[in-house]
Write a protein that binds this ligand. Structure first.
Ligand code: ADP
Ligand code: MG
Length: 618
């Protein structure tokens, strides 16, 4: 195994995206070679298991493997992408029935059954996803419940699918001349598929598209402000989860050689969710652990319930099972894998080595009008938050937008970046009207922003947070990510993100989680992320809020050095000393209207500004 694929397995075990370790432990962690030995030993142990354990245990392990695949899909969809789906069992069922139908009714090879199952399930997911994924939160989950129920209902009622009797005599899978009919051969097939899926999923999560998937939980505004098409990524994630369910269904059908409607209803759909949650819905390996725990727990309840409660009706087993689940949730919210990973040694990570820079965009000529805001208005119900404001920003300038709280500054920024739509007026950027463009198109056109209320991904490392900004400059797609086909591009992006971290003064801890940083550092981290997009215009909403004095000085120096490189900056800031010393021009807003515009000295002496806003402060 190559060292890069090993490190992805490590991430699969350690937390999906390589973000579990505190920076201080990185330098003291296990060497990659020692880690490799550990993985080889674990795989060897698993491979030997069927030779030493009882046949019943092998069967149990087979089902754990089958369930882990469906749970892995849910870890990606729910844990990573934040979409709670009750419909995973329905996808497992569609695949199981697809291969059952093709191999029994048309005597096709199970391998053809696999292709058929993947295509049918993938297409169905594409259609259902396109219909339901625009729904948010509970509505989305209810949507998955609705079609999950309808699909499982279909299995029992369609004549050609054997009604409630299902389909039996499904042929076993064969590999060349070898028939994989018994539990032991199936063990090797199932666990090879599980290992391969884990590896590909871990690769994917570390790649450009995987980072985009991990940003979905931060909300659409964040994803779109980074130039990421949130809906497309959601849909891709949904289809990937369904394809993993399809693998599970195909294996299950040829393992038990029989399909019936019961295992694919709403109940099992909830069980898959439980597996993902118990294992740790943010970690890929949590799928395997969760599947194992649920399978063993069900067995244990079945064995022990009649002993502990003799004479109690069997249906109460479900209650016992649910009680155990609730107790578990109260003890360990993040799931077992993150809880256990704390006791495992971490693997040393090395700082990305320097690499050729990524291509840069052609910057506009210094002094020409880059952004033109023309009579822009925005209402919220009866409130006019921005009222016919016009101003220009020239390339290479630092312009401040100031005004008292509630003046409409953040709203103005949201209008410029497309996070909100203007009611009237126009915004022209680099000669093109952008007022009606979607947010991500504006981001791609070269406006990068930070947020007054920070939008970072707290569980991702500093390095990964910065890499998010580079999304539109990179090309690697889903397949390239899963197969690590674009290593060169990725290495260049990582080197660039590392340079930016160093530039904003956070280069000493690239693998720290963003959420562990103090507020001031989080602000400059957002700036680094914005810079990773190689913007022409940087829009910063209160970048100095929460910064200490030296940090403010460092930030002002950074912005000056960016200006020297021809970058244009528009910022909102309350610290007048900071603004006066740094900016070329100031635009003042009050109650949604522009009340003054000019050079800092002129603004300082403007009677209207003093009256409306500054009082005697300046
Ligand atoms: P500033 O950033 O200058 O402090 P904002 O742009 O955040 O001001 O807000 C301007 C006004 O618009 C405020 O009165 C605020 O309450 C209102 N406002 C801002 N966003 C919304 C929204 N999404 N819905 C309703 N009112 C809003
Ligand atoms: Mg604001």
């Amino acid at each position: 195994m190559s060292s890069s694929s090993l490190s992805t397995v490590r991430d699969a075990v350690a937390g999906g995206g390589g973000s579990t370790a505190a920076a201080s432990r990185d330098s003291a962690g296990l060497s990659p070679a020692a880690y490799r030995l550990g993985v080889i030993a674990a795989v060897a142990l698993l491979a030997l298991a069927p030779l030493v354990v009882q046949s019943f245990t092998v069967t149990l392990l087979n089902y754990i493997g089958v369930y882990s695949l469906a749970a892995l899909g849910l870890v990606l969809l729910t844990g990573i992408g934040g979409m709670v789906s009750f419909g995973q069992a329905a996808f497992v069922g569609v695949a199981a029935y697809a291969t059952a139908w093709l191999t029994t009714r048309h005597a096709a090879s199970p391998w053809l059954g696999l292709a058929f199952a993947l295509v049918v399930t993938g297409l169905l997911a594409l259609v259902l996803g396109a219909l339901t994924l625009r729904l948010k939160g509970h509505f989305l989950s209810l949507g998955t419940l609705a079609w999950g129920l309808s699909i499982s209902f279909l299995f029992g009622t369609v004549e050609g699918l054997g009604n409630f009797n299902g389909i039996s005599q499904i042929p076993p899978v064969s590999l060349g001349p070898v028939l994989l009919a018994g539990t032991v051969p199936m063990f090797y097939l199932i666990w090879s598929v599980v290992a391969l899926s884990l590896l590909l999923a871990a690769n994917l999560l570390r790649s450009r598209m995987g980072r985009a998937m991990r940003v979905l939980r931060g909300g659409n505004i964040l994803a779109e402000s980074l130039g990421i098409d949130a809906f497309r990524i959601r849909l891709a994630l949904f289809v990937i989860a369904a394809l993993l369910a399809a693998l599970s269904g195909w294996l299950e059908a040829h393992l038990s050689r029989y399909v019936s409607p019961t295992p694919y209803g709403a109940g099992p759909g909830i069980e898959y969710l439980m597996m993902a949650i118990i294992g740790g819905s943010g970690t890929l390996f949590g799928a395997v652990v969760g599947a194992a725990v649920i399978a063993l727990l069900k067995n244990a309840v079945q064995d022990w319930f009649p002993v502990l409660f003799p004479g109690a009706p069997g249906q109460l087993q479900v209650v016992a099972f649910a009680t155990l689940f609730i107790l578990f949730l109260q003890r360990s919210r993040d799931g077992l894998v993150p809880a256990l990973a704390r006791f495992l040694p971490t693997v040393r990570r090395s700082v990305p080595p320097p690499a050729a820079p990524l291509a840069r965009r052609a910057q506009p000529t210094r002094g020409e009008v880059l952004l033109s805001v023309d009579g822009v208005q925005r209402r919220f119900g009866g409130l006019v938050a921005v009222n016919g404001v016009s101003f220009d920003v020239r390339a290479g300038e630092i312009v401040a937008l100031i005004g008292p709280n509630g003046a409409g500054k953040s709203t103005m920024f949201n209008l410029l970046t497309g996070a909100l739509k203007v009611n009237r007026g126009r915004v022209i950027f680099a000669g093109e009207e952008i007022s009606s463009l979607p947010q991500r198109a504006i981001a791609r056109a070269g406006i990068a922003r930070t947020f007054q209320h920070l939008k970072l991904r707290p569980h991702m490392t500093l390095l990964d947070n910065v890499l998010l900004g580079a999304h539109p400059r990179l090309e690697a797609g889903l397949v390239a990510g899963a197969l690590t086909l674009r290593r060169d591009e990725e290495a260049r992006a990582r080197a660039e993100a590392m340079r930016l971290l160093e530039r904003v003064g956070l280069g000493d801890r690239p693998f720290e989680r963003a959420g562990n940083l103090p507020l001031g550092n989080q602000r400059v981290l957002e700036i680094a992320r914005a810079l990773a997009a190689d913007p022409a215009l940087l829009v910063l909403d209160e970048p100095a809020a929460g910064l200490r004095r030296q940090e403010k000085t460092a930030l002002a120096d950074l912005l000056r050095s960016l200006r020297a490189e021809n970058l244009t900056v528009l910022l909102v800031e309350h610290d007048m000393e900071f603004v006066m010393g740094l900016c070329d021009r100031i635009v003042v807003m009050d109650f949604g209207s522009k009340i003054a515009e000019g050079r800092p000295e002129a603004i300082r002496n403007d009677a209207r500004v003093q009256e409306a806003y500054l009082g005697g402060v300046v």
